[in-house]
Design a protein around this ligand. Structure first.
Ligand code: ADE
Length: 233
């Protein structure tokens, strides 16, 4: 998969997307990430990309044209138009389900806003999908974009060691993950639940399911409610 990022701060991405699992996926050729400096597509000789807001209001807005030129140049270069995302606290919140769907697309272009956001006409013209990473506001779309790239990358075939790496964990099946333990069997007087040492696969599965339900109910009653509607529990 190819992901193109359009941003005023391309230098923010390499440290995050060059290391660990995403970094390895890129080295293996499973994922290609290209960061583009938005100013490079400005029609203004000094690279200006923002202006004041029509109708009044504080702050500056990113103009449509630099993003549009960047997207058009990308389409010219690759020969196809990618699915376009715009990181914004106004969008629907990213879910595991959406990350999985996005991972099936051949290419994504992610637009990072800054200041007060971007001219609405850009989003309308390019049918950009707005994506939020949560109900709080950050200073720009770069960290949200890095989070999106991470969440999508790990769903690509071959990026994680095996399917169980993600099918077993929080959010995949609609529940949060059960507690896990490693050596030693007793740590500071706390013993590992004995069922996990029993070797009895059925009992272990049943315990994990019960714990996943308990933790989801405790931390995210909204998720538990949705899960219950689709399952017989
Ligand atoms: N930009 C600023 N805040 C954001 C958020 N919560 N999600 C996505 N993009 C953002």
């Amino acid at each position: 998969m190819r992901i193109d990022l359009f941003t005023l701060f391309p230098e923010l991405f390499p440290p995050v997307l060059g290391a660990s699992i995403v970094g390895r996926a890129r080295k293996k050729g499973l994922l290609q990430v290209c960061c583009h400096q938005l100013r490079d597509f400005s029609p203004d000789p000094r690279g200006r990309v923002d202006d004041t807001v029509f109708g009044g209001g504080k702050g500056m807005l990113l103009m449509a044209e630099p993003f549009a030129r960047g997207l058009d140049a990308l389409q010219e270069h690759t020969g196809r138009r990618p699915h376009i995302l715009y990181m914004s606290p106004r969008g629907p919140v990213l879910t595991q389900q959406r990350a999985r769907e996005l991972a099936q697309m051949p290419g994504l272009a992610v637009l990072c806003g800054h200041y007060e956001g971007v001219d609405q006409r850009l989003l309308d013209e390019y049918q950009a999908e707005e994506v939020s990473i949560g109900d709080y506001v950050l200073t720009g779309g770069e960290l949200p974009a890095a989070i999106l790239v991470d969440a999508v990358s790990r769903m690509l075939p071959g990026v994680l060691a095996g399917e169980a790496c993600f099918t077993e964990e929080s959010h995949y099946g609609g529940l949060l993950e059960y507690p896990q333990y490693t050596r030693p069997e007793v740590w500071r007087g706390r013993a590992v639940p004995s069922v996990l040492l029993s070797g009895h696969h059925g009992d272990i599965q049943a315990w994990r399911q019960r714990e996943a339900l308990r933790i989801t109910g405790q931390n995210r009653p909204d998720l538990l409610e949705t899960y219950r509607q689709g399952h017989d529990v």
